[in-house]
Design a protein. Structure first.
Length: 352
């Protein structure tokens, strides 16, 4: 994995794409659609907010929102119901034990999500979920993550509102700054392996913009070691940009320490081995989720998710990268993604 730094890989601002009826029908079929009684626009009606600081008294770029008394009770009730639907069966008999501790609004980035903190009053355990504007790119990204990655993810869509569960872990930029150098050689080698596989997974399923703050590192304590997983947490840049490098985390300057760690810990032969392992795993997941994947890609091929210029650029880059002439005939991003995944399935599922 060669270290390459590129400036201005991303467009200044990606537009939001509407969730069309075919995709809504898919979401309903697979229980991703839900009747919820509070929307993103409802949460925008906050009366005031204060800055949220981290443990080092630095601005987190989140603000804590406050609502008028006549609205707060209904908003709390609706948010507790959303949590219950997202994580349980949506029955109201558990809601009495839930409390909405905070509604935070992010002032950074394109999506400007709300982060909801929900606490169980019986044991003080808490978790988060996010309320965002529904964007077709993000919905496709979430569903592809569920189908093709090692991780499952819960989300709901209703009208123009998207609800996402919180993905726990150490933000990549924080891990690089505060933890990476403290890891021993065995841990750094395992992190290097996971970064290679994560890089390959993003490339194959065309998930872009995996700068360090858009993924998390998840440590898991085993018998005599700590193992690590790397997991995407932002799916806004699913199949939008034209440059192939956008879909390879190794090319973002924020990830240079991770790339250098790969170079220090892994030989080229090991890097190629881990790439092949990830391709084979994705080929298996494609086969295991065949019916659902086909239904999703059918929606995606009927959708508009980028500009003609970006589409042409990505087709050209993928043709140069793979040598597969089928990219020439792709008419939209859904077809490009399908062709890329079929290329992997044909070449790495021989022994299935």
């Amino acid at each position: 994995m060669n270290e390459v730094q590129e400036d201005k890989l991303l467009s200044k601002k990606k537009p939001a794409f509407p969730v069309h009826q075919k995709l809504r029908d898919y979401l309903k079929k697979y229980n991703r659609d839900s009747d919820i009684s509070v929307s993103y626009d409802d949460l925008l009606r906050f009366q005031g907010a204060i800055t949220v600081y981290d443990r080092n008294e630095e601005d987190t770029l989140w603000v804590r929102c406050y609502y008028a008394d006549h609205e707060r009770e209904n908003i709390d009730k609706d948010l507790r119901h959303i949590y219950d639907v997202l994580h349980s069966d949506g029955r109201s008999n558990t809601m009495d034990f839930l409390n909405v501790d905070a509604v935070d609004y992010c002032t950074f980035g394109n999506t400007k999500p709300f982060r909801i903190k929900v606490r169980n009053i019986l044991n003080d355990a808490f978790t988060y979920f996010y309320v965002k504007r529904a964007d077709a790119s993000r919905v496709y990204g979430l569903e592809l993550e569920h189908l093709l990655s090692p991780h499952r993810i819960n989300f709901l869509v209703h009208d123009d509102t998207l609800i996402e569960e919180h993905i726990a872990g150490i933000p990549g930029d924080e891990f690089i700054d505060n933890y990476l150098e403290e890891c021993d050689h065995q841990e750094r080698t395992q992190i290097a392996k996971e970064f290679v596989k994560f890089n390959e997974r993003c490339l194959i399923r065309l998930l872009g913009d995996m700068r360090a703050y858009n993924y998390v590192i998840i440590p898991t304590h085993d018998f005599d070691r700590v193992s690590y997983a790397i997991r995407a947490i932002d799916f806004d840049q699913q199949s939008y940009e034209g440059r192939l490098k956008v879909y390879r985390p190794q090319f973002f300057k924020e990830n240079v320490p991770m790339v250098m760690n790969v170079a220090d810990c892994l030989k080229n032969e090991s890097i190629e081995q881990y790439k092949k392992e990830e391709r084979a795993l994705i080929a298996k997941r494609l086969i295991n989720t065949q019916n659902r994947y086909k239904a999703l890609i059918k929606c995606m091929r009927a959708d508009h998710l980028t500009t003609n210029e970006k589409l042409k650029e990505l087709k050209r880059d993928l043709l140069d990268f793979t040598g597969d002439i089928k990219f020439k005939t792709c008419r939209n991003m859904g077809s490009v993604l399908h062709t890329a995944l079929e290329f992997v399935r044909r070449n790495y599922s021989i022994e299935l």
